[in-house]
Unconditional design. Structure first.
Length: 645
């Protein structure tokens, strides 16, 4: 059946997101009223498993995973142009086992599915109803699925995997709560499962009003959402509300439209290495604009799912990722965005209209520079924190594009950037701050910034020293970050009669290990400058490990940050490089290591009592963490800051 238009929920969410954009008002016509031959062949020949949505007796959607017993394609057949026949192997805990009891011959049991070929990112969706359901022995079930909606779907956020059959499974239910009690939280194992996922199958339902049912009949939906591992967050305060960000897609919005009309959703997670499957269902709500930003800063559209039921089954899926292969994240997936509860952000209200005027540029090399800005409002920035800037007045915002093969990150780019502040400031506040940046090849923001810097150096070098006449002004969104110095450990008592502060004893040194990969040194520059005047006699012992291919550029920057430091700040700088290392200030103890940090670099126990900080690229982080853990430092004891926001 061809669609007659947008149902009530789709109309509402489309109005919220797109207004009266007539150019996309007829996108529903892309949804076919039957099963195209190409789709029929795809489902029957290419798929080792099929996620589908069905409803329970309360109308809640559950996402099931249908597969043949051997884990090979071919368990689906297409006997007619509008039908798929499935011979599925089910296990205890699989929601369809329970929901199938609602099937009545002659009635339409709603169903929807999505087929994904993970090695190629091809995917096709369908919806319809179950016209035949037969339970067989040995946990088999045969189903005939009548299809009245089908569409070839957006492949942008699919993680590529090499999947192979794994028929020898032993499914075991670890948790099963069909009705999670009020105030209950998801188990830690379930939350960890969610936090590690880069793929989820999203089930939704649309329950038509009687007056709408002729033109917009009830149906269910199944979709896929993907991102970097951890893109779905669990609200820490209640431990059961999941937050699913909505990335730029094909703008058809059927899933969010269903939620808008019928506020339920299911999320089904698969661990492709272990075969574990997590099924959740719950109350769903779309948040747009300020409501979304309040929950997840910088994410303008999202869906929350308040879990009302869940099941975790171990070793269930008869399909696995091939051993010794790695998954390939989509280049379109934006960086992880944390909840406001997870990483407090000091956002500036619109009434403040905070702006930053470019004041000065220090070019350290052709691709590394420090940009100093004057703020229109007072800012509270702790050493190690980052500034959030709206660079759209300088570079604009990319126009909507569904796909952008040559620059996939641009499709979710709002021109807002978060950069570590490399200057240090008094607790009372500042109206000036600096960021030391590396130009990112093809960067939408750093590219123009460095182009300006290089052009000024060529034709107007005096403007590098004072850039204010250029009137390059951008927005300030706020300040964020927990990557800060540890609390001062020195103890003191107040002598009320004398009005003096008397140290109890000579404090032990505060020991800090800083590990930075390349431009990851920026938060440590701020920290070094902050320690120039160590408070209350605190003695700081800093061991700074820096991996860089540009020691001639970065070491002078470190030296400048350390210059004038209190004598109670001891700095040992260890440089991992294959390049020549320049001399530094005599107060800095310099040591050079050739090449990269080996996994056995730290002796077991030598870092006991040290505060450990790590900042670098994901690959560098993994290498450094392996060395730290080998030296006896638990991963959870490492304060980390990555490049991606």
């Amino acid at each position: 059946m061809a669609l007659s238009g947008w149902h009530r929920g789709e109309q509402v969410i489309r109005q919220k997101l797109f207004g009266d954009d007539y150019t996309i008002s007829n996108l529903y016509m892309a949804i076919s009223g039957d099963l195209p031959e190409e789709h029929a062949q795809f489902h029957s020949r290419n798929l080792p498993f099929l996620p589908v949505t069905t409803l329970d007796d309360e109308g809640r959607p559950w996402g099931s995973i249908l597969a043949g017993q051997t884990g090979e394609p071919g368990f689906i057949q297409a006997p007619r142009y509008n039908m798929l026949s499935v011979d599925a192997f089910l296990w205890q805990g699989e929601p369809l086992v329970e929901n199938s009891r609602l099937f009545e011959p002659g009635q339409k049991m709603l169903v929807a599915g999505i087929g994904i070929e993970f090695p190629t990112r091809r995917r096709n969706k369908f919806a319809g109803w179950i016209s035949r359901l037969e339970e067989l022995e040995y946990n088999r079930m045969k189903l005939d699925l009548n299809v009245n909606e089908a569409i070839g779907n957006c492949p942008k956020y699919i993680t590529v995997r090499d999947l192979i059959p794994h028929p020898h499974t032993a499914p075991q239910i670890e948790y099963q709560e069909s009705h999670l009690s009020l105030g209950a939280r998801l188990p830690d194992a379930v939350i960890s499962f969610i936090a590690s996922a880069d793929t989820v199958f999203l089930g939704t339902t649309y329950n038509a009003f009687a007056r709408d049912s002729m033109f917009f009949p009830s149906h269910v939906g199944m979709n896929q959402r993907g991102g970097r591992p951890g893109f779905i967050r669990v609200v820490p305060s209640d431990g059961r509300t999941l937050v699913l960000p909505d990335y730029s897609g094909n703008r058809i919005m059927t899933s969010l439209g269903n939620v808008e009309a019928t506020p339920f959703a299911s999320l089904t997670f698969v661990d492709f290495v272990s075969g574990d499957i997590l099924y959740l269902t719950g109350d769903a709500q779309n948040l747009v604009g300020p409501d979304a930003l309040k929950l997840m800063p910088f994410q303008k559209t999202l869906t929350t799912i308040y879990t009302t039921g869940f099941t975790l089954v171990r070793d269930a899926l008869p399909v696995r990722q091939r051993v010794n292969t790695s998954s390939e994240s989509s280049p379109y997936s934006p960086p992880i965005r944390l909840l406001a509860e997870e990483a407090p952000v000091s956002l500036l209200g619109k009434s403040q209209e905070a702006t930053a005027l470019l004041r000065k540029i220090d070019l350290h090399s052709s691709s590394i520079a420090t940009f100093t800005w004057d703020s229109s409002v007072d800012l509270q920035i702790n050493p190690g924190q980052a500034i959030i800037m709206d660079m759209s007045p300088l570079v604009g915002v990319p126009a909507y594009r569904h796909m952008a093969q040559h620059k996939p990150t641009s499709v979710n780019d709002d021109s807002i950037r978060t950069w570590t502040v490399s200057s240090s400031h008094r607790p009372s506040g500042t109206r000036s701050y600096s960021m030391t940046l590396r130009e990112r090849r093809g960067g939408a923001v750093t590219g123009p910034l460095f182009a300006i810097a290089r052009k000024l150096a060529e034709v107007k070098p005096e403007a590098l020293v004072d850039s204010r006449s250029l009137e390059l002004r951008v927005g300030i969104v706020g300040v964020t970050g927990n990557f800060v110095l540890p609390p001062d450990s020195s103890a003191s008592i107040s002598d009320a009669d004398l009005g003096l502060m008397v140290p109890l004893a000579t404090p032990s040194p505060q020991k800090m290990l800083w590990i930075a990969g390349g431009i990851g040194l920026t938060p440590f520059l701020s920290m070094l400058k902050a320690l120039r005047g160590a408070p209350n006699g605190t003695h700081w012992e800093i061991r700074f490990l820096l991996a860089t291919g540009e020691p001639d550029v970065l070491l002078p920057i470190v030296e400048d940050a350390f210059r004038g430091s209190d004598p109670r700040v001891d700095l040992k700088l260890e440089v991992f490089t294959r390049k020549t290392v320049p001399d530094v200030d005599a107060r800095i103890v310099l040591q050079t290591h050739v090449g990269r940090m080996p996994v056995d670099f730290f002796r077991p126990g030598e870092l006991q009592g040290w505060h450990v900080y790590l900042c670098g690229s994901p690959d560098f982080e993994r290498t450094a963490l392996a060395a730290l853990m080998n030296g006896g430092v638990p991963e959870g004891a490492v304060t980390r800051e990555g490049f991606e926001y």
